[in-house]
Design a protein around this ligand. Sequence first.
Ligand code: UD1
Length: 435
Amino acid sequence: MWYLVTGDLKHFRTGDLMDNFVINGVKGASGDISISGSKNAALPILISSLLTSEKVEFENVPKLRDIQSTLELLNYLGKKCVFAKNKFTISENHSLNYHAPYDLVRKMRASILVAGPLLARFKQARFSLPGGCTIGVRPVDIHLESFKKFGASISYSGGDVIISAKRLKAAHIKLKFPSVGATENLMMCAVLIKGKTVIENCAKEPEIKDLADCLRLMGARVKGDGTSTIEINGVKKLTGVKYSVMPDRIETGTFMILAAAVKGEINLLNTSSKNLAIVSKYLRRSGVKVKDCANSVKIISTGKRPNPVSFKTAPYPGFPTDLQSVWMAYMCRAEGKSTIHENIFENRFMHVGELLRMGAKITVTEETAVITGVDMLKGAPIMSSDIRAGAALIVAATAASGKSTLRRIYHIDRGYDGIEEKMRAVGFKIIRRKG
Ligand code: UD1
């Protein structure tokens, strides 16, 4: 599968749709793993290129299927994306299209983020309702209701949402839930709307701050990112930018938990645990050592069964919903019972059925899972249902006895850059098999 960009294409290959992982359980793993750029920060940052007609350059963009989908969408909208020397250059040679069609949008929910920039620049945006992971209904009402506050009207035609405005006005918006995507979409719209926009109860995730840092370098006037109130003073136009995307905190957290599940010392490079304080705290409580450095984090584990640790997922700085499934896989071998409440998405326990097939003991009642640790999981044929469910099954399979075959790993390719090479380098037994 190749990226729809010109340049050094050989660096940007992801897996094919029918690939499987064959994973054999291991007792231990040690060594260094380098963490890639953040998927959830790179997606809005690439999309922010729609806010300017000037050339932008982005580094530390991960090699992922979701990045590929974003580039396809940007190409369709009229941007030219070139990849060379580990850097994306995005430029605009002619006028942009403001319609994001179903075939491109259905692959990834973050596609809705084109709405804010297109509305800001062209006073209109048309897009099909987005697809993505099967982790819940995932409405976009917060995005749409907020666009109305900017003076836009919303209509529907042929399965598309059409947002348009004669004139956009700055607004005071209070979100009913601190939605990450809605905060990013509104920020990217408000930066070009004259006057002061205030977004209250906005998301505080570090990826919001990364987008704000990039927008500021493009000339935007944004304050308060990282807190629950963001203030934006609109400017007439944004300029080109050179920006390097932050490290992926969810990839970091996944590898921290994977390292904790087996005996050894794994050092994660080009990242830190500063945005993962709660995960570090719970890992320590589970019985492993976490050594924080400025540009790395090391996990030292005896490989013994962990202590049970319970939690509820919550918006940042709470325990990230994106690591809930991965933590559950870790707790399957705990010395006792743990409880996990999923508070962000209503259908995010799809991995439970697969873990049960490996010998886990888990009961689910609505949004609560109770996990009774067992001595050992057993390898089995298993299947990913979304990005993070796939990561959880990798954790379970590496700490299990025997062989597991993990299908539908195209979900994992959406969110983890070269996961099997990184794992093999520290001693895990995982190979990609063509389906
Ligand atoms: C982003 C992340 C995703 C993470 C999630 C929560 C990206 C590309 N994805 O997704 O990995 O799991 O944050 O941390 O950054 N909601 C509504 N109406 C809306 C918008 C959201 O009801 O208009 C609900 C959702 O259904 C969900 C909750 O709010 O239950 C959180 O969603 P949101 O924060 O918007 O997540 P995403 O931006 O889609």
